[in-house]
Design a protein around this ligand. Structure first.
Ligand code: R5P
Length: 298
């Protein structure tokens, strides 16, 4: 197996290559002055199993184009089997038509990935468990929940898990079961479909006197997590901690989170968090071992 990486998250690809004791192969990615990219496979890959890493986080379109070119270059260079590992799948929230007239962007992405040469696909904590059904190639859907469970076990107090929206209920039930059926609560939030802004939210479940642990798939602006924390404290929670797999961290999310009433925030390295977006309350857990183990059997 030869491991390749696009530009978005090389440290994760390197860690997985090390965990697997696999070759980390170089790609020549040249950026022209107008922003166009040229991709070239440097090593010989004829007949090889190639694994390509690319998190399609910000800027998603650029990262997707680069991934498409890498897949094409590997296929043209004779790789026999190409697995795309996309630890964060950009556009995954646009998986169906919400309002008449919209494109289903995720379907366009998936069709292109398959067309340009992905034979297998590895994803991490997808927004919806229905996403794998949109693919025609085999999909391995991995999760950070077991890593989160290990950390949650070490938090002191009477824990209640909290899903900050109804979409996360499956995740929270699974985590509760793995921690011995500990209690959970959910927040029902209503968003403006045009702007995505949260309009109002209500809590289902008891949090008074408890240590609330919010678990979500991603943090983008930080509004969902911080609003959830505010509501939980208003309803009597003693303390609030937060976990999210994907640190999308748009705009000023790092400041919003650091200045919030949340004690500590854990994310993973499915997206590379740049130095300027790291903050004292932030802890980053690596998913490299989960990916390495998954790849061995896929
Ligand atoms: C929503 O359905 C997701 O699970 C996240 O809660 C949401 O995308 C987080 O976005 P933000 O941080 O911008 O509120």
């Amino acid at each position: 197996m030869k491991i390749f990486s696009g530009s978005s998250n090389k440290p994760l690809a390197e860690k997985v290559a090390k965990d697997l004791n696999a070759d980390y192969s170089l790609l020549d990615i040249f950026v022209f002055p107008d922003g166009e990219r040229r991709v070239r496979v440097v090593d010989r890959v004829v007949g090889e199993n190639a694994v390509v890493f690319q998190s399609t986080s910000t800027p998603p379109d650029q990262n997707y184009m680069e991934l498409f070119f890498i897949l094409d270059a590997l296929k043209r260079s004779g790789a026999s089997n190409v697995t795309a590992v996309v630890p964060y799948l950009g556009y995954e929230r646009q998986d169906h038509v919400f309002r008449d007239g919209e494109a289903v962007s995720l379907e366009v992405i998936i069709e292109t990935l398959e067309r340009v040469g992905a034979d297998k696909f590895v994803a991490f904590d997808l927004h919806s468990i229905k996403v794998p059904e949109l693919f025609s190639i085999p999909v391995l859907h991995l999760s950070a929940l077991s890593l989160f469970a290990q950390k949650i076990k070490n938090i002191e107090g009477d824990i209640v898990l909290v899903s900050p929206d109804m979409g996360g209920i499956r995740r929270i039930k699974e985590l509760s079961e793995s921690l011995g059926n500990i209690p959970y609560a959910t927040i029902v939030k209503n968003r403006d479909l045009e702007t995505g802004k949260i309009e109002d939210s209500q809590l289902n479940g008891e949090v008074k006197g408890k240590v609330a642990v919010i678990v979500d798939d991603m943090i983008a602006t930080g509004d969902t997590t911080v609003d959830a924390a505010r509501l939980l404290l208003e309803k009597g929670a003693e303390k609030v901690f937060a976990f999210a797999t994907h640190a999308v961290f748009t705009k000023k999310a790092h400041e919003v989170l650091q200045n919030s009433q949340i004690e500590k925030i854990w994310v993973t390295d499915t997206i590379l968090v740049p130095e300027e977006k790291r903050f004292p309350k932030l802890n980053i857990i690596s998913v490299s071992e989960v990916i390495a183990k998954g790849l061995k059997n896929f």
